[in-house]
Design a protein around this ligand. Structure first.
Ligand code: SF4
Length: 458
């Protein structure tokens, strides 16, 4: 009954978003910044934006999220935030001594037109930036883009500001993991090291936002890519960008700046996308795939065979980020499930085309919308019900209202824990994803079974 005003009559809308399927750009920029060791993200705008961004990350990762703000008042909103940012830079380096301050803008500072590079230059001229410390920045007005483009912009800024080439190539591969969980970044590093490959993963929020409880608060945890490694990305033999939207811009910028060739791949979610990731790693680094990885692949295949009877022919509705939904749709189709309603709030042009290609053999009409919202998604469901919903926490209102099994996946997940510790990428991640999907379907089957159909045996 929560969304009882949603009607099944779909009316063309252009100017109005209802229940957005995205969050705002600075959240992604803040998340990416936390993936640099010793970095303080800095929000150049009002305290309200900063509080919302920090609290969204804290609620999703269940970890304290450090960040600073220019703390705009009415005065800075009218006359510009230069004085506030210079004061903030001075305070942060003096009090907390970070290696890097990563500045991103908000709607307000973008609208008044603050020129961050010019302000940083002034801070430098005034001696406010200690030797060996860095300030990087990106523009993240939230009236365009989404948390995914914010992540992409800040990741590209890491390249623009810090990557350096010296003409020599090291036998090392850069991996840009995309907007994924810390657990996924950890899994990507584990797979890479199983193959015996030296890599630089950036950004890397593992051990920052999924660190152990030690009883002691550390402002700068041990995780994250170091500034030194970020500089060395320009000397690697290649870059793998996972997720074209979140990682493509940084990979291309590195190619242009330091002549590091890049491959743009789908996020390694599911069997086929993980195969492609591992095979590309193998080719670029010239290594063999070890038995340990082949065993994991075989286990995923085995689970698919064992569970297939419950997946077959089920219709699914998906809400999330473009890179994740592309790989997830492929994975679901490979196990004979049919995504029929797919919506992302992140704007762009290529997603719909890609999903159309992936779902071209679907026996159902497939609804897909980039820059869509969850109101439209709910209307589609009212017209064509589905067996399962997969998406972020906000989808649970639709799941409850329509009484549909629901799997939480993507960003943000505010009402469950575990996602930052257990990956969904790689073969092991695929196993976990399938376990969650099967649990949701069989819990519903158990709930709805009559006494005579209530069954112990799978
Ligand atoms: S949408 Fe703009 S104004 Fe609102 S919280 Fe995000 S950055 Fe701030």
């Amino acid at each position: 009954m929560l969304l009882r005003h949603t009607t099944d009559k779909i009316v063309e809308r252009h100017a109005l978003t209802v229940n957005p399927a995205k969050t705002c750009q600075p959240i992604g920029a803040m998340y990416a910044s936390l993936g640099i060791r010793g970095c303080i993200p800095h929000s150049h705008g009002s305290q309200g934006c900063y509080a919302y961004h920090r609290s969204t990350l804290t609620r999703h990762y269940k970890e304290p999220v450090i960040a600073a703000t220019s703390s705009f008042t009415e005065g800075s909103s009218v006359f510009g935030g230069q004085a506030n940012l210079i004061q903030a830079i001075d305070n942060l380096f003096t009090i907390y001594s970070p290696e890097v301050i990563a500045v991103h803008t908000t709607c307000l500072s973008e609208t008044i037109g603050d020129d961050i590079p010019q302000i940083v230059k002034k801070a430098e001229a005034e001696g406010k930036i200690p030797k060996g410390k860095y300030i990087i920045h990106t523009n993240t007005p939230s009236y365009v883009g989404s948390h995914v483009t914010g992540f992409s912009n800040m990741t590209k800024s890491m390249v623009d500001y810090l990557s350096q080439g010296n003409g020599h190539k090291e036998k090392c591969i850069n991996i840009i993991p995309g907007f994924v969980e810390p657990s996924d970044m950890e899994e990507i590093k584990r797979i890479t090291s199983e193959l015996g490959i030296k890599s630089i993963v950036f950004p890397d929020t593992s051990n920052v936002l999924n660190g152990p409880m030690t009883g002691k608060y550390k402002m700068f945890p041990k995780g994250g890519v170091t500034v030194e490694d970020l500089k060395k990305t320009g000397c690697s033999i290649g870059t793998l960008a996972l997720g074209r939207l979140a990682s493509g811009a940084a990979a291309r910028a590195l190619d242009t700046k330091c002549k590091v060739p890049c491959e743009l791949l789908d996020l390694p979610i599911g069997l086929e996308a993980t195969d492609t990731f591992i095979d590309t790693l193998r080719q670029v680094a010239g290594v063999h795939v070890p038995d340990s990885i082949n065993i994991e692949r075989g286990q995923l295949l085995d689970i698919i065979c064992d569970m297939h009877q419950y997946f077959y022919g089920k219709k699914v509705g998906l809400v999330g980020d473009p890179d994740q939904l592309i790989s997830l749709s492929k994975f679901l189709i490979s196990i004979d499930m049919w995504p029929v309603h797919i919506v992302t709030g992140t704007p762009g042009k290529k997603f719909e085309k890609r999903i159309r290609e992936i779902t071209k053999d679907s026996p159902y009409k497939v609804n897909v919308k980039q820059s869509g919202d969850m109101f439209l998604f709910h209307q589609w469901i009212k017209n064509e019900p589905v067996d399962l919903l997969i998406g972020n926490t906000y989808v649970k209102y639709i799941a409850r209202d329509e009484d549909i099994p629901f799997v939480r996946f993507g960003f943000p997940i505010l009402d469950r824990v575990g996602h930052s510790f257990f990956p969904t990428v790689g073969y092991r991640g695929g196993m976990r994803l399938l376990e969650k999907i099967l649990d949701a379907l069989l819990d519903r089957k158990d709930r709805d079974s009559s006494e005579t159909e209530f069954e112990l045996v799978m």
